[in-house]
Design a binder for this molecule. Structure first.
Ligand SMILES: N[C@@H]1[C@@H](O)[C@H](O)[C@@H](COP(=O)(O)O)O[C@@H]1O
Length: 243
């Protein structure tokens, strides 16, 4: 795992955007794996700016999002559909049909998982997967205990994840109890992974990642088995490690 230490959130976002822009411009029809959450927001702002300035085009880019809540409509501001449109997709020249987000409103959710997985396989690969991490080590919505061999599936969200994400809702009761997420094996098949971590609230998570064991109890630790991961972390996130 290559570790890039940056000063703060702003520097992390800039580094991540520059890294993506460089990589994307080297690939013919790039396939990107996108994440939601507060962590990548700054990077998305910078990508929108770069798109306006002509430094990057999304015309040939295909994207796959990691996850989506079950039961929120696409118009719900807390759905990841809404988030992605609001924070990136509506503001860049991506083509309709080229972005993919699991549909958490399908009656047959199992089938939706299979179809989503199939779409990713048909795209051939994810060139660069952006990841954030939950305080309990979840990636996408793969909670502790998820098998490393998992593909796109439905998850029961843990209490701590619902608690952490309740900051976006009126109350914890409104936070969905289920979600669809790309599986850990699906994520691990990405050619290149960029993990973004910012802030003191993730410091213990990051220390466990860098100093602890690889274990299904701590999903993000699987990244130590991937040979092309760049961790971009700020000083606050690294404050409980020796780095
Ligand atoms: N499903 C998302 C994850 O993909 C994200 O990485 C994590 C951390 O979010 P944040 O970046 O807001 O800390 O939260 C959510 O649960």
């Amino acid at each position: 795992m290559k570790i890039v230490k940056v000063k703060d959130y702003e520097e992390m976002s800039q580094y991540a955007a520059d890294y993506l822009i460089k990589k994307i411009n080297e690939i013919d029809c790039p396939v990107l794996g996108l994440a939601t959450g507060s962590t990548p927001e700054g990077m998305y702002e910078k990508l929108i700016q770069a798109n306006k300035e002509g430094k990057i085009s999304f015309k040939n880019i295909t994207t796959f999002n990691l996850d989506e809540y079950v039961g929120l409509s696409e118009e719900d501001p807390n759905s990841y559909h809404f988030f992605m449109k609001d924070k990136l997709l509506n503001h860049v020249d991506i083509q309709e049909g080229n972005y993919h987000i699991p549909d958490g409103n399908k009656i047959d959710l199992e089938k939706e998982c299979q179809n989503y997985e199939k779409l990713i396989q048909e795209a051939g690969r994810i060139d660069i997967q952006i990841l954030g991490v939950g305080v309990n080590g979840h990636i996408g919505f793969n909670e502790p205990g998820t098998p490393f061999t998992s593909r796109t599936h439905i998850v029961e969200l843990s209490e701590s994840t619902r608690q952490a994400n309740s900051r976006f809702f009126n109350s914890i009761d409104e936070v969905p109890t289920k979600a669809i997420t790309m599986g850990i094996e699906t994520i691990m098949e990405s050619k290149d992974i960029m993990l973004l971590v910012s802030g003191e609230q993730k410091a213990e998570t990051l220390a466990r990642l860098l100093e602890g064991e690889v274990s299904e109890d701590f999903p993000v630790s699987v990244l130590k088995k991937h040979n092309h991961v760049t961790l971009v972390a700020d000083e606050a996130a690294l404050s409980k490690t020796k780095i």
